[in-house]
Design a protein around this ligand. Structure first.
Ligand code: ATP
Ligand code: MG
Length: 341
């Protein structure tokens, strides 16, 4: 083990494995949890394929597990190795392996190599929701309701069954596959990493609720409750209908003005063409005062989601995915024709 580990002797045992009070052991070929569950995936078993995207903390790549031929998404998170962060990560990995629900992306395992945690999860093709919208009104109302319903169910599962708040609800953390299934990710390892206004570029596209922005600016981090995720859910839904982030950076002179608009301005609304029911649903999520915001139970009772349940199989999510992908690639081609290289 390199000297970088020497100051962590409390948690690194002589074999170089990281031991977390008997709760879990993280090593280069997997994670063993205190309850006897083991995940053994290691880099030698993986064939690296395309890059799927990049976030603030690292890269997500498509990989193939060579022995089983299973394709997975592998997220690399670079870390400064310190005790609290590693502890948070272990806690999150433990949560991830217990989190199985239809609206949650499946976790396959994780391993640790020199300052990076790699975690492997279900590969969702085409990927996150931001890859699918193509302008205002491009997501029809029945599809919108199905997405909202799955998001609410996923968030409620995390809260009720695992007692966790997601903390990073946004379109890039809601994944879609060719079947049109909608699943949440990143409530785990990366979700727990500190995200403060000062440290990241979070100000440019913040999904944080007004009370959180106020709390962070006053160094009061205790403002986070489940209601803050409901705000981020509402903002994500508006983004889908507008085809872009609801507080467009180009309309503000600086990030401060943009954050001021979130804290003091009127909340964003759905475009005119959506129904009053859909508009009301979003308004219930985007109440400025957290105490007035709808709870998950209230949202599930809302007519917008009741209508979705009634529609059942009539909503062809798979067809919507194909249509959106075709539109997006057409847009890309048009842009290339306009600006030849
Ligand atoms: P942040 O770093 O603020 O969380 P982010 O969510 O965009 O931003 P990452 O979580 O690193 O960053 O993800 C990068 C991209 O990889 C996502 O935008 C998404 O499109 C893609 N991606 C992530 N997980 C998967 C997955 N399981 N299957 C397919 N694509 C994925
Ligand atoms: Mg993400």
């Amino acid at each position: 083990m390199s000297s970088a580990f020497s100051s962590y002797s409390k948690i690194v045992d002589p074999s170089g494995r990281l031991n977390f009070g008997g709760k879990a052991i993280l090593h280069a070929s997997g994670v063993e949890f205190g309850n006897g569950v083991t995940f053994n995936i290691n880099m030698d078993d993986l064939q690296l394929l395309d890059e799927l995207g990049r976030g603030n903390y690292g890269t997500v790549r498509k990989v193939r597990h060579t022995r089983t031929k299973v394709e997975m998404a592998m997220k690399e998170i670079r870390l400064e190795l310190d005790d609290p962060k590693l502890k948070a990560i272990i806690t999150e990995l433990d949560i991830l392996h217990r989190a199985t629900a239809p609206q949650i992306v499946e976790f396959y395992g994780a391993f640790f190599i020199e300052g990076c945690v790699y975690y492997c999860m279900e590969y969702m093709n085409p990927g996150s929701l931001d890859k699918l919208y193509y302008g205002e009104g491009s997501v029809p109302e029945d599809v919108l309701a199905r997405i909202a319903n799955n998001m609410v169910k996923g968030l409620r599962f995390l809260k009720d069954k695992l007692n966790i708040i997601h903390r990073d609800v946004k379109p890039t953390n809601v994944l879609v596959n060719r079947k049109g299934e909608i699943k949440l990710c990143d409530f785990g390892v990366s979700g727990q990493l500190e995200k403060s206004l000062a440290k990241t570029n979070i100000g440019c596209q913040s999904y944080m609720a007004p009370e959180r922005i106020k709390g962070e600016s006053q160094n009061n981090l205790a403002t986070y409750t489940v209601a803050s995720d409901v705000w981020s859910l509402g903002l994500s839904i508006v983004e889908l209908t507008k085809g872009g982030y609801p507080y467009p950076p180009e309309t503000y002179s600086n990030v401060f003005a943009q954050l001021q608009a979130i804290v003091h301005g009127d909340p964003p609304t759905l475009p005119l063409e959506y129904s009053e029911t859909a508009k009301d649903f979003v308004a219930r999520c985007l109440e400025k005062v957290p105490g007035r915001r709808a709870t998950y139970s209230e949202l599930l009772e809302h007519q917008f989601l009741r209508d979705d349940v009634m529609r059942g199989d009539l909503v062809d999510m798979a067809a919507w995915v194909e249509r959106s992908l075709a539109e997006r690639s057409k847009m890309k081609e048009d842009a290339q024709v306009k600006t030849p290289v």
